[in-house]
Design a protein around this ligand. Structure first.
Ligand code: AHR
Length: 326
């Protein structure tokens, strides 16, 4: 009888060890089971920035690092992106990463993810939703990026009221919302003149078409182009140069850009872009670190912002560019 009780005790203890979470639901690493992650990306090839961002996540959340990454490309369609996230929930992934096309429309689907016990990590873009619907956000500060740019405009046009044309990113994207807010506040505070404002959808070609029409309309009145990403700044520069306008430098049409992709830092060195504000796309390693922290029982901070800088045509060097990672 004593022998039977001893055997039963050993069996009960063994069951207890497994049940109290000695191995998290999703382990990766030791047990060899990959951590299944659904990645809802805006539009993988939308801009140089977005390509670098997608690549960074794919490299960091690789099979070798213990992940099974499923990429859903919404083609910058906000409704499709919400459906993509619901699809991940239906597939019972372990985690969901979202680079949100639009700040709105997330409450229902994130509520479904919460009910399904699937942690959501916001990467790059922020959203208008209750903080309890996602584990954390990691990215850059779009409003502060805009302030860096408007501080440069204030210095370049000190004592003057420049005429500005504004190429916005896709309307409703938090990057557009933040950078636009910074410009509109500076225009109001300094009495600058906003000649025109329109979304260039992050696209070089769309921005070039819009800029060509503004050149027709305003000609030499344009003092400054505030383009909310490198691709649109490039489109504006192409239109200005094709119209025979002087661009950048000390006395051309001043060009503001965001993202600081390497190719456009080269244009900053050439003087074509006056001020290029960094928005770091290499967020993959931080996201992988956050997931592994959660896997290990840890809790990431609600906001994990990354430091960002700005580059200027009169101080940037080839050495700085050569050291840049993207
Ligand atoms: O969210 C970051 C923005 O999205 C980048 O500035 C832009 O290039 C991208 O499309």
């Amino acid at each position: 009888m004593k022998r039977l009780i001893a055997i039963l005790l050993v069996v009960v203890m063994a069951i207890g060890l497994v049940a109290c979470g000695s191995t998290p639901a999703t382990t990766g690493g030791n047990s060899g089971k990959l951590i299944k992650v659904g990645f809802a990306q805006c539009k993988a090839d939308e801009s140089d920035w977005r390509k670098a961002n997608t690549k960074s996540v794919q490299e960091a959340l690789s099979k070798e690092n213990g992940f099974e990454l499923i990429l859903a490309d919404s083609n910058n369609d906000a409704a499709k992106q919400v459906a993509d996230v619901q699809g991940f929930i239906d597939q019972e992934v372990d985690y969901i990463i979202i680079a949100a096309v639009n700040v709105d429309g997330w409450d229902t689907v994130l509520g479904n993810a919460k009910k399904a016990g699937i942690p959501v990590i916001l990467m790059d873009r922020t959203i208008n939703a209750s903080e309890d619907l996602y584990v954390c956000w990691v990215g850059g500060g779009f409003y502060n990026e805009g302030v860096k740019a408007t501080d440069w405009i204030a210095k370049r046009f000190a004592g003057k009221k420049p005429n500005i044309v504004h190429l916005q990113g896709q309307l409703g994207a938090s990057a557009q919302v933040g950078r636009t807010q910074a410009l509109e506040e500076a225009i109001s505070k300094n009495g600058w003149n906003l000649l025109a404002q329109q979304t260039g959808e992050w696209s070089t070609d769309t921005a070039k078409e819009i800029m060509a029409s503004w050149i027709q309309q305003y000609g030499d009145k344009i003092d400054c182009v505030y383009a909310e990403n490198d691709n649109m700044a490039d489109g504006a520069i192409q239109a200005l140069e094709e119209a025979g306008k002087k661009v950048g430098g000390d006395d051309g049409v001043a060009i503001i850009s965001f993202d600081a992709n390497k190719a456009y830092l080269q244009m900053t060195l050439e003087g074509k872009i006056n001020c290029n504000v960094e928005c770091n796309p290499l967020l993959g390693p931080k996201v992988a670190e956050i997931i592994k922290k959660i896997e290990g029982g840890g809790q990431p901070a609600k906001k994990e912002s990354i430091d960002e800088t700005a580059f200027y045509y009169d101080t940037i060097t080839q050495e700085i560019i050569d050291k840049r990672p993207y």
